[in-house]
Design a protein around this ligand. Sequence first.
Ligand SMILES: [Zn+2]
Ligand SMILES: [Zn+2]
Length: 428
Amino acid sequence: MPGQLSRGPTRKEYRNAVPPPAVYLHMRAVVYHGVGDIRLEDVREPKIRESTDAIVRLTASAICGTDLHLVRGTVPGMKRGTILGHEGVGIVEQIGRDVRNLCEGDRVVIPSTIGCGICSYCRSGYYSQCDNANPKGKGTAFFGGPEESGGFDGLQAEKARVPYANVGLVKLPDTVTDDDAIMLSDIFPTGYFGAKLAQVKSGDTVAVFGCGPVGQFVITSLKLLGVGRIFAVDTIPSRLEMARAQGAEVIDFNEEHPVMAIREMTHGTGVDRAVDAVGVDSVCPHSGPASKEARQKADSYKSELREIAPKFNPRNGNWNPGDAPSQALEWAVEALAKAGTLSIIGVYPQTMKRFPIGAAMMKNLTVTSGNCNHRKYLPKLIDMVSANIVRPTSILTKVEPLESVLDAYKAFDQRQAGWIKVELLPAA
Ligand SMILES: [Zn+2]
Ligand SMILES: [Zn+2]
């Protein structure tokens, strides 16, 4: 009515009418704060954002070599505040309305890479090249990675939001324990993918460069695929010992020149296939017959490092980058027989530009590479574990509570004996 004063609620009434601010529950998580600076903190629990999301309560997580590249700075582009980790097993706690194939309470493994299941790449099995999962447009989408891989919060936490949960999450049978399943989240499928990329045939002779956890699963997978001989190249005694236990012929690059040793043991021919399971943090030999060559290339390796990453932050013996980024690639190309295949699954950032293309071309080598399409291999590998054909726990060497994650990171970073693969227990 004109002229009539309309009085709204008093300030007190208004304050009482407005719902209180949302109450966020908190959880423990490993948070990236900068190169060489990660912290275990209380952060907000994740919430469902999209209809195809799920919230998973993690019962197992793990530390991976990829996490070390991020903390050391050799894979740059991490945003401060991102939760680290891309390996996880857990219980579905909540699902969006378009997750029709899972129920709350299901026990699942989370593939490290994220795919939509809709685009042509996902439909062809190239989940790591999904057109839709990465909001940044290009590059593989994965948990706990740099901004260009989507900036998704990771799995070293009590809970995680899983995008495209209806496509990614795979239910686990009771016959597969958490200790086995955590290896299925990333490193076993990545090792299997590396062996498949190498185009191995029955009876082949194969060299595996790098005997960390992924290298170990490359060896396991090569055996499953029926190769003849496997050479395993590394320098850490516990890693070489594990490779030997798997039946590989081991070569310590600080004692022998790995290329010479391989040539000698193949009567000059070289290997049919090689797998680079090292990546950007490659370390060159500091003793033995291969060290002279490495010393001559020291300046070149230093300039590679400068090209790759803008910042390093070594502290108290931790977070040192490797000192020869292209070393594993060079050795692999040299060790291969003519017309052989090189499979590259070690992680290199987009800033890495060097590859011995001339030598590869002169030998008619086939070069394959990429990020694992985890989801493609998971059902098959779960069946193999369930049937006791493979026991992934034979690669697991440490199980630690999430609360001691920072010490675990440091020991793993220093490649201390016994710290080959670390599982984390968020609930412990
Ligand atoms: Zn991993
Ligand atoms: Zn897709």
